[in-house]
Design a protein around this ligand. Structure first.
Ligand code: ARG
Length: 573
């Protein structure tokens, strides 16, 4: 059911020259229910219709005829306010949730068209830092959202697994490396010798030449170089996978930068053919002066390719392979220029799909009371961050609910959820300061709060003998939905109703925080209802049934929303 659309269509019939789409975009949900459940502000229409807003509203009111869903209307100060018939609206919303279950809120907007989402994309042999965590969490949420809306999603982990740094790492390993230490400490050890390389190279610049020559050997397929490189990749992937498993994130492709090694030459030829490459002191670049951007360097003086070269090549490959409707790149805002540059290169190559390339930037994360990156190579360890979140949650659970079964599993779901939710709780472009107390606050606007509310709803259902997996045991036709017309219940139903719209907005704005904020609203509306209205102790059987139906509706909607942003919904906390 889409009440906004229904009202828009109804009003479009009465307003000549205005389409239902325009009206649907204009209709609002007034925050104060006294001003209607839906409201059309007539100001924007005033010019078009050559009438005052109030005259338009009154005109609509005058022509109004009785409607089963919209029971009352009024024209006030240029607004046309509409009140829903509670029974009809509530019955229909809850009926949808009960019948659609895990797919409540989904739509088939995408109709199977493809969206490629490039996210996480950490660098081999380098720490998976908090920016990669944000990319992972945001990208994963976008993946789920697009998929929920009927798109075929391809999640690509564009691993940073190529580049001159591997020449340096090989030299460092040959000079100071220790197999056992790398096997034991993984990336931390690789990072340590890499940092040592930089320190030593300051005094001994010949190390740099050696590194360059090792990278050339690597590019030429030298066995020894390749074997070491592969080993660095494996060691790193093992660590990344631990993180992805904890976060519950999967990728459809791990084609990293090295995947494009044999594909760049053709692209460089194409650039040459299209007369886009210019030589500059031995290097090859695409000038972007006309677009107020520095040139995009494509080939270095020594013949090496770059991040840009690989991104251009990867985009062409992805277009040919997946025929995407959109290719999304989730990275920190610091890379905006990089993306704008090579998006422009694709456009200059004459590809009209350049406009389907979208950079989704996000702000920085810092940790309260600690510096994330104090010295070169000394960055916060994310696995530790997640482990600590799980431990802290475990302590809270031990205090709150010591007899609960599966405490470890729940602590994992809630602890990890707290970190994910914290990353998604504000507009992505905002910088965030991570605070343990805030992220784990069960009463704040947090993941644990939403998960806890979900568990509370499950507990009510359980006490009523209703299993969350099997449904209520009675159908919506047996429910007198009109009994949920009191303020708190009605407000909660309206939140449930808004879910589908919010998911759609989150997709169009590429903004998962719309869903996390929505979930807090829904949880708050439910908790108000829970505190104001008895559920299990109600004598009247019909009222009890109606209230349990609402609890089920909230529980299902919270679960669906949490899943979209990558959080699990334990039934007990
Ligand atoms: N590896 C890069 C980094 O760590 C991110 C890659 C993003 N994706 C891309 N296609 N450029 O900063």
């Amino acid at each position: 059911m889409n009440v906004k659309q229904q009202l828009a269509e109804l009003l479009a019939e009465r307003l000549e020259g205005v389409t239902a789409e325009q009206l649907a975009e204009t209709i609002e949900y007034p925050p104060n229910p006294q001003m209607g459940d839906l409201s059309l502000p007539c100001f924007k229409l005033s010019k078009l219709l050559r009438k005052s807003p109030q005259a338009i509203a009154e005109g609509l009111a005058g022509e109004w005829s009785a409607h089963p869903l919209f029971s009352r209307i009024e024209a006030v100060n240029g607004y046309f306010n509409v009140f829903l018939e509670p029974g009809a609206f509530i019955g229909s919303v809850l009926g949808e949730v009960l019948s659609q279950k895990d797919s409540y809120g989904s739509q088939n907007i995408g109709q199977g068209r493809s969206i490629v989402i490039d996210f996480s994309s950490p660098n081999i042999a380098k720490t998976f830092h908090i920016g990669h965590l944000r990319s992972t969490v945001i990208g994963n949420a976008l993946y789920n959202i697009f998929q929920f809306l009927g798109y075929r999603c391809v999640g690509v982990n564009h691993l940073g697994d190529w580049g001159t740094q591997f020449g340096k790492l090989i030299v460092a390993y040959k000079l100071w490396g220790d197999k056992a230490a790398v096997e034991a400490d993984g990336i931390a050890e690789l990072q340590r010798i890499y940092v040592k390389f930089h320190d030593e190279a300051e005094a001994k610049p010949e190390l740099e030449d050696e590194a360059r020559s090792w990278f050339v050997r690597l590019e030429q397929g030298d066995e020894e170089a390749l074997a070491l490189w592969r080993w660095f990749v494996d060691i790193s992937l093992k660590e990344f996978h631990k993180m992805y498993d904890l976060l519950g994130v999967k990728f459809d492709s791990y084609a990293g930068e090295s995947f494009y090694n044999d594909k760049m030459a053709a692209v460089l030829d194409e650039l040459k053919e299209k007369q886009l490459l210019e030589e500059d002191d031995g290097a090859l670049l695409v000038r972007l002066d006309d677009y107020d951007m520095p040139p995009a360097l494509m080939v270095k003086k020594d013949g090496g390719t770059l991040y840009h070269t690989r991104d251009v090549t990867a985009a062409i490959y992805r277009k040919n392979t997946y025929d995407f409707e959109k290719a999304i790149y989730v990275t920190d805002a610091g890379q905006s220029l990089h993306f704008n540059q090579w998006f422009k290169v694709i456009e200059l190559m004459g590809y009209d799909w350049a406009k389907q390339l979208v950079h989704v930037p996000f702000g920085k994360v810092s940790l309260e009371g600690a510096k994330l990156s104090t010295r070169k190579g000394n960055v916060i360890n994310l696995e530790e961050l997640l482990t600590k979140a799980i431990e802290k949650t475990r302590e809270i659970i031990d205090e709150k609910n010591p007899d609960m079964p599966n405490k470890d599993e729940v602590a994992r779901k809630v602890g990890v959820g707290a970190i994910i939710f914290n990353d998604l709780s504000n507009n992505r472009i905002k910088n965030i300061v991570f605070s343990w107390d805030e992220a784990l606050n069960f009463d704040g606007e947090t993941g644990p709060y939403v998960q806890y509310t979900h568990a509370r709803a499950c507990s009510v259902l359980r006490k009523a003998g209703i299993s969350t997996s099997e449904g209520l045991g009675f159908g919506i036709e047996q429910v007198d939905a009109g009994l949920l017309a009191n303020e708190e219940a009605f407000a909660a139903v309206k939140e449930i109703y808004l879910f589908r719209e919010r998911v759609e907005q989150a997709m169009y704005k590429l903004e998962p925080s719309i869903i996390s904020r929505y979930l807090v609203d829904l949880a708050q509306a439910f908790n108000r209802f829970y505190h104001e209205c008895s559920i299990l102790n109600v004598e009247d059987e019909a009222l009890r049934k109606a209230r349990l139906t609402l609890v089920k509706g909230v529980q299902q909607t919270l679960k669906n929303g949490l899943a979209l942003i990558g959080l699990e919904a334990p039934e007990q906390i």
